[in-house]
Design a protein around this ligand. Structure first.
Ligand SMILES: Cc1ncc(COP(=O)(O)O)c(C=O)c1O
Length: 378
């Protein structure tokens, strides 16, 4: 057991009651009205027209690529500095993930390198908002428009983040979200796609549920419903959606708590010369789904071990995808992504969650300082 875990789920009695209520109804445990309610609330929060929920962010990524008709022979530009699902999504549909490097300001895709990676086969770009900090999405959008490419925001980590008031997830052609347990709000597992395209929305609904043209609730209707395309069971349950609605109702408070804790952490760490604390560009609203520091090569793994020995969990997000066994040995990727590789050697994600206490922040910062001063109080 960690004395200070990497993250803690923020939950309250309203969450429990929402799930209990969904259970007590004794009907609609799979499909039910809670799903459209959660989707409507998410659309409203992000200021987009449509939302389709999924059982994970990964199935949301899979479905959105299918919805855009991306497949065999197509290339999709993705970061290697990401959770592996971003890169795997093109593979799910028979397309090729092409890695572009990241930039130093937000650790998101580098627009210049994205441009260099565009080929005749490129169909889409999937940037991520690392740790809850928006990437340089405006620049990426311009490139997508110039080259007629689809821009799919992987905003899994960034619900509520924004650039000068423009919300992450509402800037590209479509975006995916994740509600896995370490995200800004969580339903345990869960995901969503948001988009302003009615056509994509309609396709996503078919793909999510077996390709079935649903004219009513399938489980409580005697209507014949035809199957019009190949589809999956990527549905979020109505019980999960109830939890999602309850979690979303407090997203503002959750983000405020995260930001306050991150600010205090940065304040406490800022005097340590050897590390750089997160520093979002002007006008970028970071939601601190994670709090990641950066330090010189060689020290990171030692600090991780040092903190682990003192009960403080930290983790490396992310090791580059192109250097995983699967991509390097099996898929034979041989890429040069110097910024990705450099940053990936230097980052360490510290504990960050809404209920992290001042004492815990002080304790973490003190242990980090002890490590660097070479004078650890044991
Ligand atoms: C950037 C990014 N993309 C995609 C995912 C996948 O989401 P999920 O875990 O809900 O499948 C995650 C979550 O870990 C993520 O961080």
């Amino acid at each position: 057991m960690w004395k200070v875990p990497l993250f803690k789920i923020y939950w309250d009695e309203e969450d429990i009651e929402a799930v209990n209520e969904a259970l007590r109804r004794g009907i609609n445990w799979a499909v039910g009205p809670g799903i459209t309610q959660f989707e409507d609330k998410l659309s409203e929060y992000l200021g987009v027209k449509y939302c389709v929920t999924f059982n994970s962010g990964t199935s949301a990524l899979h479905a959105i690529l299918l919805a855009y008709g991306i497949g065999q022979g197509d290339e999709v530009i993705v970061p290697s500095f990401t959770f592996i699902a971003t890169a795997n999504a093109p593979l799910f549909v028979g397309a090729k993930p092409v890695f572009a490097d990241i930039e130093e300001k937000t650790f998101g895709l580098d627009p210049d390198d994205v441009k260099r990676k565009i080929s005749k086969r490129t169909k889409a770009i999937i940037p991520i908002d690392y740790a809850g900090c928006p990437c340089l999405i405006e620049e990426l959008k311009e490139i997508a428009q110039d080259y007629n490419l689809i821009l799919i925001e992987d905003a899994a980590e960034a619900l509520g983040a924004s650039i000068n008031g423009r919300k992450a997830g509402a800037i590209g052609d479509s975006a995916i979200l994740s509600f896995c347990q370490n995200k800004v709000i969580t339903t345990g597992e869960g995901g969503a796609v948001v988009t302003n395209s009615k056509e994509i929305y309609e396709r996503l609904k078919l793909l999510r549920s077996h390709g079935r043209a649903e004219t009513a609730d399938y489980f409580s209707s005697i209507e014949y419903m035809d199957y019009v395309t190949l589809g999956y069971n990527f549905r979020m349950s109505n019980i999960t959606a109830a939890l999602g609605i309850s979690q979303l109702s407090k997203v503002g408070k959750i983000i405020e708590m995260r930001r306050k804790n991150a600010q205090l952490m940065s304040q406490k760490l800022s005097h340590i010369e050897e590390i750089a604390v997160p520093h979002p560009p002007e006008g970028f609203y970071h939601v601190y789904q994670m709090y990641t520091i950066r330090m010189k090569n060689g020290l990171r793994d030692k600090l991780m071990k040092y903190l682990a020995e003192r009960g403080i969990m930290t983790k490396v997000y992310f090791y580059p995808v192109h250097l995983t066994q699967f991509y390097e040995n099996e898929l034979k990727y041989n890429c040069k992504l110097p910024v990705t590789e450099n940053i990936s050697h230097q980052v360490l994600t510290l504990p960050m969650y809404p209920t992290l206490t001042e004492e815990e922040i002080h304790h973490i910062a003190k242990e980090v300082a002890n490590f660097f001063s070479g004078n650890p109080c044991r």
